[in-house]
Design a protein around this ligand. Structure first.
Ligand SMILES: Nc1ncnc2c1ncn2[C@@H]1O[C@H](COP(=O)(O)OP(=O)(O)OP(=O)(O)O)[C@@H](O)[C@H]1O
Ligand SMILES: [Mg+2]
Length: 319
């Protein structure tokens, strides 16, 4: 089988996730390359390890750059820390005012509070950067490479965490509003209310996009090994808890060679895991990728991987 449905015009966001080292970056980059044959595509790395740069053999940074040798493909690194510091800088005054108007903290305490992280905010800011890109509509497809499982889950659970924070902040504001109304007779919404409202809208937009099966596809990458299978089971269950359904799965590093007795043993050893994967993930479209003799680095080897992911042409069928 090959990856299907990624060409559908409604589908904007494709996110690869999975255990460490299973081939997420390779698959994300090869997918972005394949899609860029027909679509203007932006490859987004949310992994602080800069592995997209290594995989492409080209430096990718915090600004969008064109990928050499692929005319319709651009790439960018969106790293949570960076996105968060931009957010703090932009909203410093609203955050400060939220604390001065709703708490008895003095200036030093407030500055200390501002240095603490709001739960989920760094991840949500990287996601906000992504949906802002989608909102700008400059690209047809956005392919996201994530860091190992825990990170992808943090990314996905960030809207819920931030939502809980907004609720507490709104409650604090409600008390402040009550006081003002009691003294002044009325209350006029200020920039802090507007700020909380826009955060809430961001959370909703992100949740809406992640849960929209027509717009967003989550593709787990797994390998035929016990630990990777267990982690994928947990990962998909966690996704389901956020109302996110995966429809296809990449099974990477499948041994196909029988050229030597070692290769034969490796292949035989993987068989039971492949069977397990077929059974456990029976409802998913499965794409098997062989274990290549060489690492996947640079356009030529990525094109080889692309062939296994998509065949000779992209498949528009929805899985
Ligand atoms: N099918 C394959 N055959 C041979 N080498 C592969 C294959 N898939 C991936 N690799 C190699 O395995 C290594 C890990 O792959 P990759 O970086 O894509 O994994 P990852 O899941 O993104 O890792 P991380 O969790 O560290 O981000 C890379 O050196 C890559 O070139
Ligand atoms: Mg990676």
């Amino acid at each position: 089988m090959t990856l299907t449905g990624l060409e559908n015009s409604d589908l904007k966001l494709i996110i690869f996730g999975g255990k460490g080292g299973v081939g997420k970056t390779s698959c994300a980059v090869a997918t972005a390359l394949a899609l860029s044959e027909n679509f203007k595509t932006l490859l987004i790395s949310t992994d602080p390890a800069h592995s997209v740069s290594d995989c492409l053999g080209q430096q990718i940074g915090y600004k969008i750059v064109k990928v050499d040798g692929a005319s319709n493909l651009s790439a960018i690194e969106v790293v949570a820390d960076e996105a968060l510091s931009v957010f703090k800088e932009t909203h410093q005054s609203e955050l400060k005012k939220l604390l001065t108007t709703s708490t008895n903290l003095d200036n030093d305490d407030i500055n200390e509070m501002l240095n603490l992280s709001i739960p989920g905010i760094d991840e949500i800011m990287s996601f906000k950067t992504i949906i802002d890109f989608i909102g700008e509509g400059l690209y047809d497809k956005y392919v996201v490479d994530t860091a190992p499982t825990g990170h992808a889950l943090r990314l996905i659970s960030s809207p819920k965490m931030l939502d809980a924070w907004i609720k507490v902040a709104a409650k604090m504001r409600w008390k402040y509003r009550y006081l003002i109304t009691s003294f002044a007779g009325s209350y006029k919404q200020d920039e802090v209310d507007a700020f909380l409202l826009s955060l809430k809208k961001t959370v909703k937009r992100i949740e809406g996009l992640l849960q929209d099966k027509a717009k967003c596809n989550f593709i787990p990458v797994c390998i035929p090994e016990t630990m990777a299978i267990s982690e994928t089971i947990r990962f998909l269950a966690d996704l389901r808890a956020f109302n996110i359904e995966a429809r296809q799965i990449v099974i990477n590093h499948v041994n196909v060679s029988e050229d030597c007795s070692f290769c034969k043993r490796r292949k035989a050893g993987q068989l039971k895991y492949i069977e397990q994967i077929n059974e456990i993930f029976s409802e998913l479209n499965k794409i098997e990728i062989p274990d290549f003799a060489e690492e996947i680095q640079g356009l030529e080897s990525l094109k080889k991987l692309r062939k296994f992911l998509f065949g000779n042409q992209l498949n528009t069928q929805t899985p």
